[in-house]
Write a protein that binds this ligand. Sequence first.
Ligand code: NAP
Length: 254
Amino acid sequence: MRVLILGGSREARELAAATSGERGLEIVSSLAGRVRDPHLPEGQVRIGGFGGTEKLRDWLAAEDIGAVVNATHPFAARIGANTAVATAALGIPLLRILRPAWSEQPGDRWTRVADLDAAARALTEFGDRVFLTIGRQGVGAFAGLTRQWFLIRAIDPPDGALPPKHELLLTRGPFAVDDEIALLSDRRIDVLVTKDSGGDQTEAKLVAARAAGLPVVVVDRPALPEGVTAVETAEQAREWLLRTAVRSDQDSTR
Ligand code: NAP
């Protein structure tokens, strides 16, 4: 069975590594091509968008894909919606990997908001020095804020408009708690803004904010498309793939 793994996350690389040599599975990983120097998954890789839902559907049919695992980042909503529609049209089984969301711990001062625009609005309540750790995309939501100074951290430079007062810090995690505490103190940060990405790769900033008693604006995840089943780990997705391959084999020999 040919399998498409939609990647761009650690779980996607773990799944590709765990299933690449598996008998009966042929894995193709797909990356959007956003990061200049991506961590490549093991095995076959294609890079770049498909060109929308219909082109994705045509690609899945032409490549004879028997199952899709959407292991993109929890905030990659568009590819998730496109994939749900394309796989449903073709009757291809689809699974989502969604690592557990972060949860507030004693000592945390979190404000949860629905999206980046709401995060920008929420900032009126806090101090002037903002640590923006939402990645490269979506920084434009903060471009109109002229009062605050922003420390913007991302792997690659954000595109589009930026807030007038800012410093750009281009670096890739994981980050250590002590380094995060030092950064908050050095830049005299008043408030942190983050997406609820979950996982331990970038969690240190939340531990640091707790230690420093700083408020955090946490952007909630987009909703899962209706009818899509999700698991939390690459291992659960591997088990699902093996079961799906057996079923597909039984169907084809019937
Ligand atoms: P998105 O808004 O859901 O997708 C935008 C478009 O990018 C999609 O319509 C699709 O283009 C293309 N695309 C996205 N993921 C793809 C993949 N794995 N393979 C091929 N095409 C893909 O996604 P995004 O937020 O731009 O994220 C893009 C990639 O960066 C994802 O792979 C995601 O895992 C990774 N990432 C995202 C975030 C984040 O915060 N959003 C953080 C870390 C990593 P077409 O319509 O042309 O097919």
